[in-house]
Design a protein around this ligand. Structure first.
Ligand code: ZN
Length: 69
């Protein structure tokens, strides 16, 4: 199933930009987000996110399969 994915423009304490699906309760404010598009997996969205930043991490809550800690 397709989900919308967004990337946080601001990096977290670990220096990584976090990838979130549109329905994530931890989704940051819209002004901090880059809309990536609709993907059927967070790993596909992660590939798209890597075009923006080389240091991207999946959100532990909504993109756990792409979460690397
Ligand atoms: Zn999330």
């Amino acid at each position: 199933m397709l989900k919308r994915y967004h990337l946080n423009k601001k990096f977290k304490n670990n220096g990584k930009h976090e990838l979130h699906s549109g329905e994530c309760p931890l989704l940051p404010d819209k002004s901090s987000l880059i809309f990536l598009g609709d993907y059927n997996s967070s790993s596909a969205a992660l590939s798209a996110a890597l075009a923006y930043y080389s240091n991207v991490n999946g959100c532990a809550h909504c993109a756990s399969e792409s979460h690397t800690g």
